[in-house]
Design a protein around this ligand. Structure first.
Ligand code: PLP
Length: 402
């Protein structure tokens, strides 16, 4: 028997993943073993600087002591209660979120982003039924999730159309065009679903004034303004919530990703009257309000607060963004986004190659679009870690440039 090259643990896990899982994800390029702060190690022991934090989820990085302590303590104390009984962490979390939002409202806790949006959609359906409003408006290229309600609102034909028709009548408008929004929203529109910056579309911010215009259009027509902050909130932009930066208060807000710091949790917040649309029995979730996920979210919020991570996200994001732009590399046409939620925009559709070259150099980035590389690291990433990426970037880009 001739000795071939040793099988790597990465290759072994990827092969077994491919054999055991549905093919919906393709086969991811790496198997992760562990993490610490902004670093990750793969199954073969190689270290990477994690610059996308599991899609803007691991807000405190990996293995943060505050999160580990909160989750361990809560798992040992009470891991589940169901919605038939109240637990203290869920109450503390709802109160804490409402305090940060500084607007009276009510919270529903779910387990993911798509479920938070499903809750928002059901609120809007019920609101529409009682006020004679029959349709929804959402943005082209917007992403709201994969369940049938959230998918109906998702403006990407390639992932939506084959699963229709949907139970919602959704009209799509180009993102960022306030006139198109005004045309589309009438007194028969139940709700407008928007992201404050489109995440999956490639971290695409709207033009200045768009969110204010959306608020005015909804005020005039009585449609609910639902802001999907599943990716943009919990410090990602250097503010607790992106809408606070825009100076616009939605009627309904959805949260998930960064809230649990890696533990699954989603939240839908209704403000004012929108907080009391549901009556008893209208909605529910067995795991929603799970005390372990709520304890994790409380640890995330406390740590962001105590460690000044909002200010750090602004400063670190500025350093990353201006450092990339200062390279003046011909493959980079610009940087979009704010805080630690950025897209390095390429002058050619080479994002997948940049992601692969970065991985070979020990940096994990995300080719969110063919011409856009998403950077959404943990809010705890240090200036030194950012500088190490900036120092490596010219060689990464040189590998890709034809
Ligand atoms: C990720 C995301 C979702 C879906 O969240 P899941 O937790 O994957 O269900 C919805 N909306 C936005 C804006 C997202 O970024």
């Amino acid at each position: 028997m001739t000795a071939g090259p040793a099988r790597t643990a990465n290759a072994d896990l990827r092969d077994r993943f491919e054999a055991a899982f549905m093919p919906n994800y393709g086969v991811p390029p790496l198997a992760l073993a562990r993490g610490e702060g902004a670093y990750l190690w793969d199954a073969d022991g190689a270290r990477y600087l994690d610059l996308f934090a599991g899609i803007a989820v691991s807000s405190l990085g990996h293995g943060h002591p505050a999160l580990v302590e909160a989750v361990s303590r809560q798992a040992a104390t009470l891991a589940h209660s169901s919605n038939l009984l109240v637990n203290e962490p869920e109450v503390l979390l709802a109160e804490r979120l409402l305090g940060l939002l500084r607007t009276p409202g009510r919270v529903f806790l779910a387990n993911s982003g798509t479920e938070a949006n499903e809750c928002a959609a059901k609120l809007a359906i019920k609101y529409g039924r009682t006020t004679g409003r029959r349709y929804f408006v959402a943005a082209e290229n917007g992403f709201h999730g994969r369940t049938l309600g959230a998918l109906a609102l998702t403006g990407k034909a390639s992932i939506r159309d084959q699963f229709g028709p949907f139970p919602l009548d959704v009209r799509f408008i180009p993102y960022g065009d306030a006139d198109a929004l005004k045309q589309a929203v009438t007194h028969e529109c139940a709700a407008v679903f928007l992201e404050p910056t489109q995440g999956e579309a490639g971290v695409v911010p709207p033009p200045p004034g768009y969110m204010t215009a959306a608020r005015e259009i909804c005020d005039t027509t009585g449609a609910l303004l639902v802001l999907d902050e599943i990716q943009s909130a919990i410090g990602r932009t250097g503010h607790w919530f992106a809408h606070q930066h825009d100076g616009v208060v939605p009627d309904v807000l959805t949260l998930a990703k960064g809230l649990g710091g890696g533990m699954p949790i989603g939240a839908c917040v209704g403000f004012g009257d929108a907080g009391v649309i549901f009556a008893k029995g209208d909605h529910g979730s067995t795991f929603g309000g799970n005390p372990v996920s709520c304890a994790a979210a409380l640890a995330v919020l406390d740590t962001i607060d105590h460690d000044g991570l909002l200010a750090h996200a602004r400063a670190a994001g500025e350093r990353l963004s201006s450092g990339i732009q200062a390279l003046g590399h011909p493959l980079v046409s610009g940087v979009r986004g704010r805080g630690l939620w950025l897209a390095m925009v390429l002058s050619a559709e080479r994002a997948a190659d940049v992601q692969a070259a970065a991985q070979r150099a020990g940096f994990l980035v995300n080719a969110v679009q063919p011409d856009a590389v998403r950077l959404a690291p943990a809010l705890v990433i240090t200036f030194e870690q950012i500088d190490s990426f900036l120092a490596a970037l010219p060689a990464i880009l040189a590998e890709v440039t034809p």
